[in-house]
Structure formats: structure tokens, C-alpha cells
Write a protein that binds this ligand. Sequence first.
Ligand code: FPP
Length: 238
Amino acid sequence: MPDTENSPNHVAIIMDGNGRWAQMRHRPRLMGHHAGARRVQEVVRACPDLGVKYLTIFAFSTENWKRTQTEVAGLMKLFKRYIRREAASLLEEGVRVRFIGDRVRLEPALVDLMDGLELLTADNDKVHLTIALNYGGRDEVARAAKRLAYDVSMGKLDPKSICDETFPKYLDTHVLPDPDLVIRTSGEARISNFLLWQSAYAEYEFIDTLWPDFTKDIFAEVVGRFGTRERRFGAVTV
Ligand code: FPP
């Protein structure tokens, strides 16, 4: 059993490199996404032993609609299949699932499955898995600002009381702690509009491995490295 005392409580992952993984094998990009979905389950299952309580994964961004119709439709089908296939084991393994992102553009059948999985796993507490679907950090902040402005206009919120503790209550992630560690696979060093507000003090790890090759052992290694980092949150160490 690894030493989990210094483990990150909340890990967020930008799962990048599925397309390249498939292209390297001369296979359609969707095959890379299917291989990526299998890694999702492996990484979720590794969390309890590694002391990771919250895991947030970037499954589909607000920008991903620009991909071909075939790829977008294939991804939506994969999300539905994942929920149908994995719901029972997620429940059994104590995983509470939540979704963040704007559901308005998603097809009703998928939204029904997402709602159902959230409800089904609502009493679980072993691992909190959050799946970002049609999610964009700027979009989330804009939607939060809209809700906040509405509360002000209804007299429910005093503008003078708005501060950096009030605002995150309007974000999709309002029930989650901020991520301690953000991992991006595939060698790209960008954050691509992921958890912009929440990651203000997160540590970042950019890993060369493509997401479908990201094993639980690599995950354990990255999580283990986090324990050796000194986090100061803007202060100085004495
Ligand atoms: C980025 O790789 C990956 C995505 C846009 C989709 C992520 C989806 C999965 C891992 C599938 C399963 C998810 C769940 C929750 C079941 P890319 O296609 O941009 O790769 P590339 O940069 O090599 O083209």
C-alpha cells in the first residue's frame, strides 16, 4: 500500500492524445477514444489506494464541437455506452459521479443517462468522479456570472457582498474542492480552458504519454511525485 499522506486530494486530468494514438496505428480516431475510455476506468479504480478522493476528467470541451460530425457523434455514443456499461460497477465500487459543463447542447438521451448516474451514485463517498462534458472554463465563468447577476436583479444577493468566496458558489464545481494537481497527457503544455478559476494554485504535470497508454502505474508515479512538491500558495516558507 503506497504512502498516501501527501497525496493530492483532488486530481484533474486533460486526457489528450487519443487521436494520435489511433493514427499511429492507422486506425480511425474513434478507436483511440475507445481505448481512452478503458484507461478512465483503470485510473478511477486506482484512486482509493493512491489516496485520491476527487478525480475530474475532461471528456469533451465546448470547442470539441468543431471536430467532424463522425467524431462528435462517435464520442456522444461512447459517453452513452460508458454510462450504461459502467453504472453498476461505479455504484458497487463506491464512486460518486457528477457531470460539469453546459447540458443544454447535449442530446436529451445522454442528459437522461447523466442525470440517472448522478442520482444512482449520490450516496457514494469513496471516490468523487467528475466528468466534464461540453465544458469550457470561460463558458462556466460566463454562466456563473449570468446566475449571479440574476440573483442580484432579484434582490437575493447584495453586489457589495460579492468576493472571491461568493463567486465560486455559482460555478459548476461549487461542491468540489479546488484541484491540487492537474495532469495533461500527450506532451502538450496547455491548459485548454480547463478549470480556469479552480486551478489558480494547482500544480501541473505535463506527461509525454498519450492518454490510451496512461496506465495506473504511470498515474501512481505522477501522484507520488506530487508529495515531494512544496506548495506555498503565495506565501513564503519559514
Ligand atoms: C483528446 O484527445 C480527447 C478527447 C477530446 C476525448 C476524451 C475522451 C475520452 C478519453 C473517452 C472516454 C471518456 C469517458 C468519460 C468515457 P484528442 O482526440 O484531441 O487526441 P489528439 O490530440 O491526439 O488528436
